[in-house]
Design a protein around this ligand. Structure first.
Ligand SMILES: [Zn+2]
Length: 296
């Protein structure tokens, strides 16, 4: 009996000790809970190797776009806008992957009617101008797209996907060579014909990776002071425009009511984070206002 009492006291002490260090950070523990990353990543290749492959692919893509004079210059107002939004999101990325603190982030804009955007491993972001103009994105909606793409990189979904493929494919070779294929240039994805900027073939991630990217993206956006409700508006716009002109973003990102439902189901977790970032009362937030799609 006496021993039992001692054990429960020790347990209580251990619990108190494990809780205590977290207390000062309690206010930051809201939002989307951080889950462990996929164990398949280790099979998909070494993180440094993946990062090097990603840099090669990104630089190759930029060079090809440069040759066609399709890379926006530093003074392009839309590029300045994208970089300003990235600068607000990036400080919150290490919560999702501590390595991100050392990433060499890059943001580029490609002048192309393609409706797409991506973030390669290591923080290499590109937007096609078509996604900004054809969807008439607000800053909050840009943050939702960028947050989603950054989330794939942060959670190392490409590396995990390579690991899953290595396990299931009989011809797969383990390591970075697999990743190279994922970011290879794939002209089939271009939705503006031969004149389009060479497309980087984005990975098609699993539904669970997509779901995680949606939620992590909203969490990043909310912390940076961007309205997470923009995520829902964004996907509604994507679905609306896709009816008249199939967009390449949706070939790797199937839209649907379950994606929007998933975001709405977690809005109660991210809206207070957004309200805090903006110094607003979470219960008295004004409704989210999108911008209408341009008339085509
Ligand atoms: Zn995605």
């Amino acid at each position: 009996m006496k021993k039992l009492k001692f054990n429960s006291a020790a347990l209580a002490l251990a619990c108190a000790m494990s809780v205590l260090p977290a207390l000062p950070a309690l206010a930051q523990n809201d939002g989307i809970p951080v889950e462990k990353m996929s164990r398949m990543r280790s099979i998909g290749g070494d993180a440094d190797q993946v990062n090097q492959q990603s840099k090669l692919q990104y630089d190759q893509m930029l060079k090809q776009a440069h040759d066609k004079d399709q890379v926006a210059t530093d003074s392009n107002p839309q590029l300045i806008r994208l970089r300003a939004i990235a600068d607000r999101l990036i400080p919150f990325t290490k919560r999702w992957n501590p390595d991100a603190a050392n990433w060499k982030w890059e943001v580029n804009l490609l002048n192309s009617p393609t409706v797409n955007a991506f973030c390669m491993p290591g923080g290499r972001i590109a937007f096609y101008s078509g996604i900004l103009t054809k969807l008439n994105l607000t800053d909050d909606e840009v943050a939702a797209v960028m947050g989603h793409e950054i989330a794939h990189a942060l959670r190392e979904h490409a590396r995990a996907q390579a690991g899953k493929n290595a396990v299931t494919s009989t011809v797969a070779r383990v390591g970075g060579s697999l990743i190279a294929g994922y970011f290879g240039l794939d002209p089939r994805l271009g939705d503006a014909g031969g004149s389009a900027v060479a497309q980087v073939s984005a990975l098609k991630f699993s539904r669970s990776d997509e779901s995680e990217a949606d939620l992590v993206g909203l969490d990043l956006a909310a912390r940076a002071g961007y309205d997470p409700r923009a995520g829902v508006a964004l996907w509604q716009k994507m679905a609306a425009i896709n009816k008249s002109q199939p967009i390449s973003f949706l070939s790797t990102h199937p839209t649907g009511s379950d994606r929007i439902r998933n975001m709405n189901d977690h809005m109660n977790l991210v809206l207070p984070v957004y309200a805090r970032a903006k110094g607003l009362d979470a219960n008295k937030l004004p409704p989210y206002r999108s911008l209408a799609l341009p008339k085509s």
